[in-house]
Design a protein around this ligand. Structure first.
Ligand code: ASP
Ligand code: MG
Length: 442
């Protein structure tokens, strides 16, 4: 058995769905399980519709409706799937009206709202497969064993899922059925819909693969695999032949938008290989993600993340203060603020965090024990490479940055052994990535 996942752009319209189906059909002998995202930008469109309902009172789902109805017509599905799609669109319309009346969108409602995207796409795709004589069955994730906690918009799967998923999926596959499963969503034990976080369909796919002990996960995207850098910043970035789970996870977490950051976790347990492929360029070999690789070059890839705030916390006592780190970190935890990078000395700590947090309360608390300096407008530049060669990597990276007048402000090299990160100003991030990429890849 293999798991094949297609992202939104790979099922964006009737043509893309035909290509997707062709790719899957070529693999039927490998007993595929299919995981799909919502069509195109449907998730964003759903959130925009709710925004409009709250802010302007307009309750239109016209664009979303039109995309799905047109696709059904273009695929020649007509009445075959209308009975499944019409009630969903009706329910969605009612929900948007409800949101416009209540004028608020809780995380719980948000998850219910965006779930329509995946629920629509799997039904259309499964109906299309049946016209190709493939015995396909659309499944909502909860009918495939996905049970989660109630941490809406970023839910975690409960451990029961690990047993339920194979129990639901295996018999279908063994009976020669192609399960077409909604990515991204799940349900709580109380029957409310949750999501696994934006881009969560990758995680759905890797969870199924690990739980069912599949041979491989194929993640079909609109790029030639995982690249040495973001091609929008570095036009000559090259696809990687292979990368490790750890490297892929660090890359995803620090800004590369190829995979959901948590999606590597399930595969680590079972060493299930993940293949990232391009549905717009089927011949491209793609990138294999595996447990371990021989280290050859010092640097595997470079990424950056903007919208970062740097917080310097300096103890007001000049000499060693027992428990200072603990006090500082527990203050962040108390305010629910997640930290990305950390650098420390005896009396000071620098951390980075997402700029979206409101830091006023945190600052008040920290000022009781330290001086606090908050700097916004920063970016993290992350080099994924061989940390054992960090002196070489850093001296080369810093010298090309310095030559371009780019000041690196804080340095951290994680225990992960693959991540070396530093802070630059937001406006210089792109140039820093380009310079470092050029230094190591040309
Ligand atoms: N449709 C969801 C999103 O856009 C999940 C996914 O595509 O993986 O975030
Ligand atoms: Mg999507």
């Amino acid at each position: 058995m293999i798991v094949i996942k297609f992202g939104g752009s790979s099922v964006a319209d009737a043509d893309r769905i035909r290509t997707m189906a062709e790719i899957v059909k070529q693999r039927v002998s490998q007993k595929p399980v299919l995981v799909l995202s919502a069509m195109g930008d449907t998730t964003d469109r759903l959130l925009e519709a709710a925004d409009a309902a709250i802010n302007t009172g307009s309750c239109s789902i016209d664009g979303i409706q039109e995309l799905h109805i047109k696709t059904i017509a273009a695929l020649g599905l007509g009445t075959r799937v209308e009975s499944e799609i019409t009630p969903l669109l009706k329910e969605l319309q009612d929900l948007i009206m409800g949101i416009s009346m209540i004028k608020e969108l809780t995380k719980k409602t948000k998850d219910y709202l965006v779930s329509f995207g995946e629920r629509l796409s799997v039904r259309i795709a499964a109906a299309y497969f049946r016209t190709l004589d493939v015995r396909a069955k659309a499944l909502d994730a909860w009918d495939a064993g996905f049970l989660s906690d109630d941490n809406y918009t970023a839910a975690w799967l409960l451990k029961e899922s690990w047993e339920m998923i194979p129990q639901k999926i295996r018999p279908l596959v063994d009976a020669g059925v192609l399960p077409v499963i909604t990515g991204f969503i799940a349900k709580t034990a109380h029957n409310t819909i949750t999501t696994l976080g934006r881009g969560g369909s990758d995680l759905t796919a890797t969870v199924i693969a690990a739980a069912c002990k599949a041979q491989e996960v194929q993640v079909w995207k609109d790029v030639d695999g995982i690249l040495t850098a973001d091609p929008r910043l570095v036009p000559n970035a090259k696809p990687l032949e292979a990368i490790t789970y750890e490297e892929a996870a660090e890359l995803a977490y620090y800004g590369a938008q190829v995979l959901h950051p948590r999606s590597m976790q399930p595969c680590v347990k079972t060493s299930t290989p993940v293949l990232v492929k391009n549905s717009y360029n089927i011949r491209a070999p793609g990138t294999r993600i595996v447990a371990s690789l021989k280290k050859t070059a010092p640097v595997r890839a470079i990424t950056s993340r903007k919208n970062v705030t740097l917080v310097d916390v300096v103890s007001t006592r000049m000499v060693g203060q027992v428990g200072f780190l603990e006090q500082v970190f527990s203050t962040f935890a108390k305010h629910g603020i997640s930290i990305d990078m950390v650098a420390t000395s005896e009396v000071s700590i620098s951390v980075t965090l997402d700029t979206n947090y409101d830091l006023s309360r945190l600052q008040e608390d920290l000022l009781k024990i330290a001086q606090v300096n908050i700097k916004t407008g920063k970016a993290i530049v992350t080099i994924i490479g061989d940390v054992e060669r960090s002196s070489e990597i850093l001296s080369r990276a810093f010298s090309v940055c310095a030559a371009a007048g780019i000041q690196a402000q804080m340095l951290s090299q994680g225990a992960s052994k693959v991540n070396i990160s530093f802070i630059v100003s937001d406006t210089q991030a792109a140039e820093a990535v380009r310079r470092v990429h050029k230094e190591f890849f040309s």
